[in-house]
Structures are given as C-alpha cells and as structure tokens.
Unconditional design. Structure first.
Length: 114
C-alpha cells in the first residue's frame, strides 16, 4: 500500500510545485538551496525536493518569464550564488494559479464529501 500512496502523493505534489515556488519567491528573492529548505520547512517536510527536481522548475519558470535570475556575491569570501526573483508577470500568474487552485480544491471537496 505504501507504493500506491507514494505514487499518488508524487503526482499530486507535481501539480502544485510551480505555484509554491512562485509563492515563496513572491515574498523574497532566494537561491536554489534556500528554496529547497523553505519548501521543506514550511510544508512540515511534505515537500522535500532534490536539486534535480527544483532546477528544471526554475528554468521553466524563467523561460516563461515568470522569474528571473541573477548572480549575487555572498557576504565575506563566499562564492556568488544564483538568486531567483519573481517578475511582475509571475506575480500576475501566481494570482491566477492561486485562484484556480482554490476552485480545484473546492470542487474536489464537494465530490469527496458525497
């Protein structure tokens, strides 16, 4: 039964990752590992992504014009990090996706309560 749960959980989580990344970036600019840590922390470890999962999402969002990236020198002698920030188009898309998400959740709840 665990495998079945994992299969459905994975599919459900894939559908919301873009929205969650945009939401985090709407609060502040972040670098990749920071996004991974925030997703894990804020979700109670439900969303624990590997870099190989996060970076394709970021690249796709960037290709779509929803986020942009830039290099930023860290304090001290640290190496520069690639940061991501949401664009105005990304902000608008986040609002639309959030509304759609609410509608899907409401519709799903109506069916599941039957």
């Amino acid at each position: 039964m665990i495998e079945l749960k994992d299969k459905y959980e994975t599919q459900m989580k894939k559908g919301v990752l873009d929205m969650l990344v945009l939401k985090l970036l709407s609060k502040e600019e972040m670098y990749g590992y920071q996004l991974i840590s925030e997703l894990k922390l804020k979700s109670g470890e439900r969303f624990f992504l590997k870099e190989g999962t996060l970076y394709p999402i970021l690249y796709r969002l960037e290709d779509d014009g929803l986020v942009k990236s830039f290099w930023k020198q860290t304090e001290g002698k640290g190496v520069p990090r690639k940061y991501y920030e949401i664009t105005s188009e990304g902000q608008n898309t986040l609002k639309e996706i959030t509304q759609l998400w609410r509608e899907i959740c409401d519709s799903t709840a109506k069916i599941m309560e039957v």
